[in-house]
Design a binder for this molecule. Structure first.
Ligand SMILES: C[S@@+](CC[C@H](N)C(=O)[O-])C[C@H]1O[C@@H](n2cnc3c(N)ncnc32)[C@H](O)[C@@H]1O
Length: 282
């Protein structure tokens, strides 16, 4: 069974990991997860060398801290922080005081604890890169499930090489013919939550899609296998750049997750369709 990252990362692939991995190659030497987010895909993909990259240096900072310390240290740190700040599902004052403290000191493990008590367990920042997610009253806490996930997760990340780069700045020379890259970028058609300015990073644009497709084509031309997750149809809109690029290069589009919101299968209402796909060059 797949290991779950101890986050509730927006866009994480945990729930559909099997349907994606069904199309992953076997016997991977070097694997790059170029938009790794909470790392649900990196930790569940077997390879001799794993690189996990994401522009979100807050989450990469937490992952590096998890990697650096042993699990007892991490759990002790979390428990003593919860006790010190009296964090609970009801103590909003404690949460806010701890949030102020984090924004002044920026310790990645504190950010992890803070996130555990926040609304929907989200990483949200203002334009000054201060964490500003509200309190998760009666809902969020560092519970037993997260504790267990963290222990299992910690084992899986020991050898991963993390980086917090824009995908354009990553050194793709680590990939040689036969290696594999998985790209799970924000999806142009659905990425409101990445472009709402609340994540503290620049948004995702058509130009980013274009640059990413170019990088994947170049890698493909030199024998690297790739799999690209995306949404090519959503509420009556289509991502023609990606559809045309796949057709021109004979890449294969695999349907992964077709959602029909408020679904009525008998109508032809394209406005309710979201077509999530995995595109591969093999
Ligand atoms: C769909 S999410 C990936 C989720 C991930 N596969 C998981 O399972 O958690 C897209 C990710 O792309 C990252 N991202 C956005 N723009 C980026 C950029 N220019 N370079 C690298 N990463 C970027 C976001 O921070 C986000 O984590």
């Amino acid at each position: 069974m797949a290991v779950k990252a101890p986050f509730n990362y927006i866009g994480n692939k945990y729930r559909i990991i099997d349907s994606i991995q069904e199309f992953f190659p076997e016997n991977i030497d070097t694997f790059v997860d170029i938009f790794c987010g909470g790392c649900d895909v990196s930790i569940n993909t077997k390879a001799n060398n794993v690189y996990a990259n994401d522009i979100n240096y807050f989450v990469i900072g937490i992952l590096e801290e998890f990697q650096k310390h042993d699990v007892d240290y991490i759990l002790k740190y979390i428990d003593s922080t919860i006790e010190k700040w009296q964090l609970s599902k009801t103590n909003e004052g404690g949460y806010k005081a701890f949030r102020d403290h984090y924004n002044q000191t920026k310790n990645p493990l504190d950010l992890y604890v803070l996130m555990c008590f926040s609304f929907n367990y989200q990483f949200r920042f203002n334009s000054s890169h201060e964490y500003n997610n509200p309190f998760g009253r009666n809902r969020s806490s560092f519970n037993e499930v997260m504790r267990n996930n963290l222990v299992l997760f910690k084992r899986q990340i020991e050898d991963i090489q993390f980086s917090a780069l824009d995908f354009c700045a990553f050194d793709y020379d680590v990939l040689k013919p036969g290696d594999f890259i998985y790209a799970d970028p924000p999806y142009l058609l659905t990425c409101g939550s990445y472009n709402d300015g609340k994540r503290g990073f620049r948004g995702w644009t058509e130009n980013d899609d274009y640059n990413l497709l170019q990088i994947l084509t170049e890698l493909s031309d030199r024998g690297v296998n790739f799999a690209l997750s995306n949404v090519i149809e959503h509420k009556g809109l289509t991502n023609d750049t990606i559809i045309d690029w796949s057709a021109e290069n004979d890449y294969i589009i695999h349907g992964i997750n077709f959602n029909y919101d408020n679904c009525n299968y008998h109508t032809n209402n394209r406005d309710n369709v979201t077509k999530e796909v995995l595109i591969t060059n093999y």
